[in-house]
Design a protein around this ligand. Structure first.
Ligand code: ADP
Length: 586
């Protein structure tokens, strides 16, 4: 046992071969041992081998009393228990390891008595999850800490002995609710019956909250997608619909399920796809945001006007868009309304023009009458000469020439009037403003003469051309001239002078001014002049200046009024030289 020879033991004290840790206790025992007292003493202690290593021995020491032949002595019996001691130490170490693992595990671990449903053990993580201490938990059952809404289900699981994974809620000591992922398993008892229920509990409250938020936001997104009044589609790189909202059902008469997977050309036609849609989509697939608008006859009912935007969608890590989000807004009604508005404006302008022409009808009739009367006079003279015995051919040639000249003049007058009244869409001509002024002056000249207005033109030559609708511009000028004539006709005294000036201003814009010597303008009412239906005339309508200003603005220009010096009014029409931009509703 001790690897010692007899002489290495005999003659030595017990203390010498006892492990250092055990010596004091051994000394104690030896001191209290009364030899011959028939006491017996059991101890498990370590001795030292010859090489100094310890050996566990079970020692039974007996005091043998004296006999007639012998002195009393101590007798000891040794059993080597090193192996058992080693096994015990290993078991203890292993148990400690398991306990440490149980206590420090980051997930909750519990052991439940299946009969009483009480906690036999609950580790620190589970105590953190529920907010109870280990001692408190040992007083509670699994149902006590289960959330009231999940208690019935938990009870059922315990009743039926169901084991496995589930998600459930706990009610914390502080009242808070916790979501947990719980896996239960049977822990076999010593006799192999599943006497205990083990559980591993993972707190998933945060994950659950995030999942709920994600689910909610997904639900919202879906709802938005489904209820958007605009058509919303997701289009793949193969130009096929990956998803469409119910607006597409109304537009196409097909169900969303039918449309998904279809090619854009299947719905919009091959021509529209190749010529319009694909080029725009390709820009978007290259990463651009695209928006455009188009009329299409493919959608029910009838021709529809759509404003379309494409936004690139990235779902993978790829730097190329994986799909395109297409949003199409039906603007047909808006377009129809705005066209109707434009039409109404045009009609009103024409109406106004017709009324102005009506006022000038007399002077126009006069202008046309003159050449016709001259034609008749000349023709009668010609007839008379033809009746003479010796017709003067030279005289005849001159008379016929005069007839042709007067007839042409009448024709020109009529042509100009027709151009004014005819319902023509606005045109954009590059025109010389001075020429337009000349034509307007020719139309209003007779009226000026009749009312005693003296006209002076100061036109700047070689002005840059402006891009404008000739008839509309002339309408503005006629309005201004007629207003000036009317204003001066009202004034009884003073000279009646009308100045028409053209030129180029500091901002490089071409301008036309109509200046008069009438009563002038009230500075406080300058802006009201341009409001619709503002008039100071008994027969007035008050639309002339309003329409004139809207025409000027549609050409990118301005129409303003000011006082003339020393008296009278000045109206100034300004037009940009570069090509005017038409207002765009988008
Ligand atoms: P209307 O000719 O039907 O009155 P307009 O829009 O042409 O409508 O003009 C509105 C008003 O502006 C006129 O009624 C008049 O009071 C004023 N106005 C326009 N031109 C002149 C002018 N040259 N001098 C003075 N007042 C003017």
């Amino acid at each position: 046992m001790l690897d010692r020879a007899e002489d290495e033991i005999v003659g030595h004290t017990a203390m010498e071969i006892t492990h250092a840790d055990e010596r004091s206790e051994t000394e104690n025992v030896v001191a209290n041992f009364r030899i011959g007292s028939q006491q017996e003493y059991h101890v498990e202690k370590r001795y030292l081998k010859k090489d100094g290593s310890p050996v566990w021995l079970n020692v039974t020491t007996t005091s043998v009393p004296a006999t007639e032949t012998s002195e009393p002595f101590l007798q000891a019996i040794y059993i080597n228990i090193s192996d058992r001691k080693r096994a015990e130490a290993a078991l203890r170490a292993s148990e400690e390891r398991w306990r440490a693992m149980f206590e420090t595990a980051p997930v909750g671990i519990t052991v439940l008595d299946t009969e009483r449903r009480a906690y036999l053990a609950a580790n620190a993580a589970f105590q953190r999850i529920t907010g109870y201490t280990g001692d408190e938990l040992r007083q509670l059952t699994a149902l006590d800490v289960t959330h009231e809404d999940d208690r019935a289900a938990a009870q059922k699981r315990l009743d039926t002995g169901t084991i496995g994974g589930q998600q459930k809620r706990y009610r914390r000591k502080d009242g808070g609710a916790i979501w947990a992922d719980v896996s239960t398993f049977a822990v076999p008892a010593a006799d192999n019956t599943p006497a205990f229920l083990g559980a591993v509990i993972v707190d998933i409250t945060d994950r659950k909250r995030a999942e709920d938020a994600l689910r909610r936001s997904e639900a919202y997104l879906n709802r938005v997608f489904e209820t958007m009044p605009d058509g919303v589609a997701i289009i793949g790189r193969d130009y096929r619909y990956e998803r469409v909202n119910p607006v597409y059902e109304d537009r196409t008469g097909l169900s969303c399920e039918q449309i998904v997977g279809m090619h854009i050309a299947d719905i919009n036609g091959v021509e529209a796809f190749n010529e319009v849609i694909k080029p725009q989509l390709d820009r978007c697939f290259a990463g651009e945001h695209v928006s455009y608008a188009r009329w299409s006859t493919r959608f029910a009912p009838g021709e529809r006007y759509h404003s379309i935007t494409y936004a690139p969608l990235f779902v993978s890590e790829s730097r190329r868009p994986d799909a395109v989000l297409a949003i199409t807004r039906d603007l047909t009604e808006f377009m129809q309304a705005s066209e109707a508005l434009q039409q109404a404006q045009a009609d009103l302008a024409r109406l106004n023009r017709v009324m102005l022409l009506d006022e000038m009808a007399a002077s126009i009739a006069h202008e046309v009458n003159q050449p016709i009367a001259a034609v008749i006079t000349n023709a009668s003279a010609g007839l008379r000469w033809l009746g003479a015995p010796q017709p003067d051919l030279d005289e005849m040639r001159q008379t016929l020439g005069r007839i042709v000249r007067d007839g042409t003049r009448a024709g020109e007058v009529i042509g100009r009037i027709r151009a004014l009244v005819k319902k023509m869409p606005p045109r954009r001509d590059l025109l010389d403003i001075n020429e337009a002024i000349g034509e307007v002056v020719a139309l209003t000249e007779t009226e000026m003469q009749r009312t005693g207005v003296k006209l002076q033109s100061r036109l700047t030559h070689n002005l840059p051309l402006v891009s404008a609708d000739r008839v509309q511009l002339q309408q503005i000028m006629i309005n201004l001239i007629v207003n000036a004539i009317e204003a001066m006709a009202g004034a009884s005294n003073g000279s009646r002078e009308l100045n028409i000036v053209s030129g180029i201003d500091d901002g490089n814009d071409v301008f036309v001014e109509v200046q008069d010597t009438g009563p002038g303008l009230d500075p406080e009412k300058l802006d009201r002049l341009f409001q619709s239906f503002y008039t100071t005339k008994p027969e007035g309508i008050g639309m002339g200046l309003a329409i004139s200003r809207s025409i000027a603005e549609a050409h990118g220009g301005r129409l303003s009024a000011a006082r003339n010096q020393p008296h009278g009014a000045v109206f100034r029409l300004t037009l940009p030289v570069e090509e005017a931009r038409l207002p765009n509703p988008f």
